[in-house]
Design a protein around this ligand. Structure first.
Ligand code: ZN
Length: 236
């Protein structure tokens, strides 16, 4: 009983903002960059993630995200115990999928396996950081036209396996008209209003999350924005 009490207390501490910030600072100070870009980031030569992406750099080391986005949040999207039959008997491992986001314009999803529970989650978090994508928000709704970043700037599409997700601009107050299991993806970049059209097997949460992230990343697609600008031009 006492042991359980202690464990619960420790669980709360691990959830607290101070604990997480301490862990982040430790990761940053322990970090020995392996790449030239990593060295520049640790030396403070890059101001933020926008500058990092504008220069065309890629996140080759997860600590780059720890330095440039201190407020990054993560969420365990899926956690599975998988079994494999070997000559020695059955061997178990864990597969974790972690979603990360800064609540504004960056999002990532990572999946990893390990024989232990926490290393699987840690590996997945690192891989999510390396897969970070930038999202451009806006208000592409003709009924709204407020120019505030509460929705998507234009219709975007993303796929993952057999799943196809379309995100459409919606006016203020619409809310997130999309499956419950992908709402967090939109919340993680601060999108409040969106309509959606989804196709595919609804049982695969992970593919839905992946397709939604790919759709969000398409807001940065040059082809899309050039097309949109032309349309705006025609309307004038
Ligand atoms: Zn609007």
């Amino acid at each position: 009983m006492q042991k359980r009490e202690r464990r619960r207390k420790r669980g709360r501490e691990e959830d607290s903002a101070e604990y997480r910030e301490g862990e982040r600072q430790k990761r940053v100070s322990d970090w020995v960059p392996k790449t030239g870009i990593g060295k520049m980031v640790k030396a403070g030569e890059i101001a933020n993630m926008d500058e990092f992406f504008a220069k065309g750099y890629k996140v080759m080391e997860p600590e780059i995200v720890d330095v440039l986005i201190p407020e990054i949040k993560d969420k365990l999207v899926e956690f599975r115990k998988t079994a494999r039959v070997t000559r020695q008997g059955r061997s178990f491992s864990f597969r974790a999928s972690v979603l990360i986001g800064d609540g504004d314009s960056y999002i990532g999803l990572g999946t990893a396996k390990d024989r232990e529970r926490f290393p699987a989650i840690n590996k997945a978090t690192k891989s999510a950081k390396m897969a970070l994508r930038k999202v451009r928000k806006g208000c592409g709704s003709w009924e709204c036209r407020c120019h505030e970043p509460h929705s998507v700037p234009f219709r975007v599409e993303g796929t993952s396996s057999s799943v196809r997700v379309n995100l459409l601009p919606a006016p203020k107050g619409t809310g997130l008209v999309i499956g419950e299991h992908v709402k967090d993806v939109l919340r993680f970049v601060g999108i409040k209003d969106v309509w959606s059209k989804c196709r595919g097997n609804t049982a695969t949460t992970l593919d839905f999350v992946g397709a939604t992230i790919n759709a969000l990343a398409a807001t940065n697609n040059v082809k899309y924005s050039a097309d949109m600008e032309r349309k705006l031009e025609e309307k004038r």
